[in-house]
Design a protein. Structure first.
Length: 377
C-alpha cells in the first residue's frame, strides 16, 4: 500500500511541488492577515477564508483589510494567488489530457486486477469479444496488439459501454505484458496476430508469448489459438490450460456432410449465437447433488433443457513430471488408470469433460452440467 502511494507521489511530483507554495501562501497569508487585522476579524478561520477567496479572485467583500499592511498582504495574495492557481489548474488539466491521450494510444499502464488479456488481433477477435461480453458484460478486457490508431479507436468506440481497454505493443515483449498487468490477470487468451500488418504465418510468436506469460503468472488461465497441429507439443510444454487448432475439424465435418448429413448442421446450429438452441455450462443444482445423471435428465427435460455432458474443474496433477515424454508401457498404464479415476496428467489441464455419461453417474457439488437450452421460438 505504501509503495503504491509512493509511486503515485513520484509520478505526480510536479503537482506536489506546486501545492507546496500554494499552501505556504494560504497559511502564511492567513497568519499575517490575522495578526495585522486582529481587531477587525473574529478568528483565524476568517483570515484563512479571506486568503482563499482573495487568491482565487472571488472577492465576496464580507471581509476587507482595514490597515495598510492588510491591504499590502491582499495585494501579494492576489498577485501570487492568480499565478499559482492558474499554473496549478493548467497542470491538472494537462495531467488529465495526457492520461486520456495515453489511454487512447495504449500507452497507459493497466491497474485492474482479475481482468482478461487478449493478446493479438485477427478477424475472429471481434467475434470473440461479442461472445465474451454477451455472457459476461461486466468483465474487464485488455487488448494487447499493434493495430493502427484509427482501427483501435473504432473498436474502443464500438465497445464503449463495456470494460474494454487497450495496450499498444508486441505481446512477446515482457515490458508490454507488464503494462497490461498480466501478472494480476485472471485469464490470458493468445490468438494468431495480424495487427502488425503481416498475416500470421506461424505459431512461433504465440508459443514464445505462452511461455513468457506462464512464467509471469502461473495462476492465470492461459488459452491459446494455434494454426498448425505441429505446434501442439510446444503449447503443451507451456502448460496452457486449453487450446484450439485452426481447421482441426474441417475434414471431419466435410466427411460427415457426405456420410451423415445433418450432423454438421446440428453442430453448427448449437454453436451459432443467433440460434434458438444454445449450449451452456451451469452448476449442478443443489437439489441434484448426490443424485444421478439420469435424475438430472428428467429434472432438466421438464424445464425444456437437455443435459449432454458433465464438467469438473480440477488442479492439474503433478505426477506427469515423473513420467517420460516418450511413454513406456508402464507410463501408459499409469496414465490410463488415472484417467479412469477422473484425474488428468496433462500439464495445465484443469477441465475434465465426460460427454453423455452413464445414467448412474453421481453428481457432486462443484461439478457443472453441459446443457442444451431451448430459447424463445
Amino acid at each position: 500500500m505504501f509503495r503504491q502511494f509512493a509511486i503515485q507521489v513520484a509520478r505526480y511530483r510536479h503537482l506536489v511541488l506546486l501545492l507546496i507554495p500554494i499552501l505556504v501562501l494560504v497559511f502564511g497569508g492567513a497568519v499575517v492577515f490575522y495578526l495585522v487585522e486582529a481587531s477587525h476579524i473574529s478568528s483565524f478561520m476568517d483570515a484563512l477564508w479571506w486568503v482563499i477567496i482573495t487568491m482565487t479572485t472571488v472577492g465576496y467583500g464580507d471581509i476587507v483589510p482595514n490597515t495598510f499592511v492588510g491591504r499590502l498582504v491582499g495585494f501579494v495574495v492576489i498577485l501570487l494567488g492568480v499565478v499559482l492557481v492558474s499554473v496549478f489548474t493548467a497542470t491538472v488539466a494537462s495531467v488529465f489530457v495526457t492520461q486520456k491521450l495515453k489511454e487512447e494510444k495504449g500507452l497507459r499502464p493497466i491497474n485492474d486486477q482479475d481482468h482478461l488479456v487478449l493478446c493479438g488481433w485477427n478477424p475472429i477477435a471481434e467475434q470473440f469479444l461479442d461472445e465474451l461480453f454477451r455472457s459476461s458484460p461486466q468483465m474487464t478486457v485488455v487488448l494487447v496488439n499493434q493495430l493502427p490508431e484509427e482501427q483501435i479507436h473504432n473498436i474502443l468506440t464500438l465497445y464503449r459501454d463495456r470494460g474494454l481497454k487497450y495496450v499498444r505493443g508486441d505481446f512477446v515483449n515482457e515490458m508490454i505484458l507488464e503494462r497490461a498487468n498480466v501478472a494480476r490477470a485472471r485469464a490470458v487468451v493468445i490468438i494468431p496476430d495480424a495487427s502488425s500488418g503481416m498475416a500470421p504465418r506461424s505459431d512461433e510468436k504465440t508459443i514464445l508469448a505462452a511461455f513468457t506469460i506462464r512464467a509471469m503468472n502461473p495462476r492465470a488461465r492461459l488459452l491459446v489459438h494455434i494454426l498448425d497441429r505441429d505446434s501442439e507439443a510446444y503449447i503443451k510444454k507451456a502448460q496452457v490450460d486449453d487450446y484450439i487448432i485452426s481447421d482441426a475439424y474441417s475434414g471431419i465435418m466435410l466427411g460427415r456432410m457426405v456420410t451423415e448429413p445433418g450432423v454438421p448442421q446440428f453442430v453448427r446450429e448449437l454453436l451459432n449465437p443467433g440460434s434458438a438452441n444454445s449450449v451452456h455450462r451451469i452448476p449442478v443444482p443443489r437439489e441434484l447433488v448426490g443424485k444421478s445423471f439420469g435424475d438430472a435428465l428428467m429434472y432438466f427435460r421438464r424445464r425444456g433443457q437437455l443435459p449432454i455432458g458433465l464438467v469438473m474443474e480440477k488442479e492439474p496433477f503433478s505426477l506427469k513430471t515423473i513420467l517420460s515424454e516418450d511413454y513406456s508401457y508402464l507410463d501408459e498404464f499409469i496414465e490410463t488408470k488415472f484417467r479412469q479415476a477422473g484425474r488428468s496428467l496433462k500439464k495445465g489441464q484443469q477441465v475434465d469433460v465426460r460427454l453423455n455419461p452413464p445414467d448412474e453417474t453421481l453428481l457432486h457439488e462443484g461439478q457443472y452440467l453441459v446443457v442444451i437450452q431451448r430459447g424463445e421460438p
